[in-house]
Ligand binder design. Structure first.
Ligand code: C5P
Length: 222
């Protein structure tokens, strides 16, 4: 068989939003399209990796020869990620995981009554931090969508979540980030930084996958 750069590597990628149920007909979610995660999956697969995508609800075609595990909530995504991560070489956390979920999901549709109502929320598990804490941990890459002080917050997350790498984007800038076809990233490790300027998400994904691969290789040689 043809030898490609990522042949023999297993890549695990989370993508899309999560949905946190309120009752049988309602949920809390966000505007993530899943495009960036799916583009990374496609790029890694093209370079020879065996790719599994754990995806929240998205309207995207699964890239050729990638395995997709469909999930809805953060808790489901967390379970699947922890089940698959120990046998993966690289984990890329691209999903926009809801930070909180509803404390008690109503079993019946909630009726309209008072003028105000309260929803009690509890914190979701941090998927990427829990993967990075595994004993047999894959090379772990997180994302940071920020609207200000991008470098400061991204480096804080890199350290706090014990990631190997973090890809930061400024979602306040026009024409990039959520639901856009284009994006720009600044990628940090503990001791270097690489700028990937505004380009299509598919081209950006290729460059990011190459950068992850090279960094992963160099850490393995140490
Ligand atoms: O802390 P923040 O949500 O900004 O961190 C973003 C990074 O953490 C992304 O890589 C995202 O996929 C990941 N994340 C996660 N589980 C959460 C929250 C964020 O894996 N509950």
């Amino acid at each position: 068989a043809e030898q490609k750069p990522l042949s023999g590597q297993k890549w695990l990628i989370t993508a899309g939003p999560t949905r946190e149920a309120i009752d049988p007909v309602r949920y809390i979610s966000n505007h993530s399209s899943g495009k960036m995660g799916f583009a990374i999956a496609s790029a890694a697969q093209s370079l020879g990796a065996e790719v599994t995508i754990i995806s929240g609800p998205v309207n995207l075609t699964t890239p050729q020869n990638c395995q997709k595990i469909a999930v809805t909530s953060a808790v489901e995504m967390h379970q699947q990620a922890l089940a698959h991560a120990p046998k993966s070489d690289v984990f890329v956390a691209c999903a926009a995981v809801a930070d909180y979920r509803i404390d008690h999901i109503a079993s019946e549709k909630i009726k309209k009554s008072q003028d105000t109502m309260q929803l009690n929320l509890i914190k979701n598990p941090d998927i990427v931090a829990d993967v990075a804490a595994l004993e047999s941990k894959p090379f772990t890459v997180g994302f940071a969508a920020e609207t200000q002080d991008v470098e400061h917050y991204a480096k804080g997350k890199l350290a706090r979540k014990k990631l190997d790498m973090i890809a930061a984007n400024n979602v306040a800038e026009i024409g990039q980030g959520f639901n856009s076809d284009d994006n720009a990233l600044t990628v940090f490790t503990a001791n270097d930084e690489k700028v990937l300027p505004l380009m299509s998400k598919s081209e950006l994904a290729k460059q990011l996958v190459q950068h992850i691969h090279h960094t992963f290789q160099s850490t393995r040689l140490k």
